[in-house]
Design a protein around this ligand. Structure first.
Ligand SMILES: Cc1cc2nc3c(=O)[nH]c(=O)nc-3n(C[C@H](O)[C@H](O)[C@H](O)COP(=O)(O)O)c2cc1C
Length: 246
């Protein structure tokens, strides 16, 4: 049994996902370090509506790209498993200048970094370009370097779901491996199941995934990121609670 068959076998009723986009989201929190006070802890403990934030980065310059559609569907799955989401798709990624390492990262750069700093989990979706990730997606990832001196550096401790779209199978593997290596370098935790989608037969139509197995892959990525993020948040709250009570 392949990894994917095994993953599917452990899921009940995988369902196709309709791509009606992600819920617009306004960031209300700051880095988790901000929570390290009794007041912040009390607020967090009393806020039963608070849900983990999953930030999606991915897509291509053209509208309705397969990688952005796939990312939207995986984010939608994460929402179904209790997360709130923010998407940085093709429009946002093309608005990011080349990352130059300057302190002034511009409006979109600031928006991206604010979201990353508030994130409880991340998803990255890239088309396969010449067997690896696209420059557009890598440029967005480069901005994460600006968090190197944060109390939570890079993607430290965060679950990161990965999605690759390619016009064949070979590049799905090499591109997924490249993404996993990048996430490891950023101290993130690639979630166990990465989605490798072969788009050559046309698996997306009007924002909907018409291939049941591909849709199940995206649902699984969303579920694993949302569940791991929730587990990590619960653990952080318990740790803070113990610290305040001591
Ligand atoms: C510059 C470029 C390089 C590509 N390289 C590959 C490749 O090496 N292997 C592959 O299977 N598909 C390759 N493709 C095809 C895309 O990966 C594929 O069509 C993907 O679904 C596009 O995703 P998008 O709709 O998000 O742009 C390439 C496409 C472009 C534009």
């Amino acid at each position: 049994m392949s990894n994917f068959d095994y993953a599917l076998a452990t899921q009940q009723n995988p369902r196709p996902l309709a791509g009606d986009g992600c819920t617009p989201f306004r960031i209300s929190g700051g880095p988790r370090a901000v929570m390290a006070s009794a007041h912040a802890l009390e607020t967090a403990m009393n806020d039963t509506s608070s849900r983990p934030l999953i930030v999606g980065i991915g897509g291509a310059a053209r509208p309705l790209s397969s990688s952005e559609t796939a990312l939207r569907l995986a984010l939608q799955s994460a929402e179904q498993y209790g997360a709130r989401t923010e998407l940085f798709g093709g429009t946002e990624l093309t608005a990011l200048p080349h990352y130059l390492g300057h302190e002034d990262v511009g409006d979109m750069g600031r928006r991206l970094l604010t979201a990353i700093r508030a994130a409880d989990g991340v998803m990255i979706a890239s088309p396969a370009y010449h067997g690896s990730i696209s420059g557009l997606v890598k440029n967005a990832i480069d901005y994460i370097e600006a968090t190197a001196r944060d109390s939570r550096a890079y993607l430290d401790g965060l679950p990161v779901g990965l999605i690759v779209c390619a016009y064949g199978w070979q590049a799905t593997g090499s591109t997924l491996t490249a993404l996993r290596s990048i996430v490891h370098a950023l101290r993130g935790w690639p979630t166990p199941f990465g989605a490798g989608l072969n788009t050559s037969s046309g698996i997306f139509k009007d924002g909907v995934c018409t291939d049941l197995r591909a849709a199940a892959q995206l649902e699984l990525v969303g579920r694993q990121v949302a569940e791991f993020a929730e587990t990590q948040r619960a653990k952080a709250k318990t740790t803070l609670h113990a610290g305040v009570g001591a």
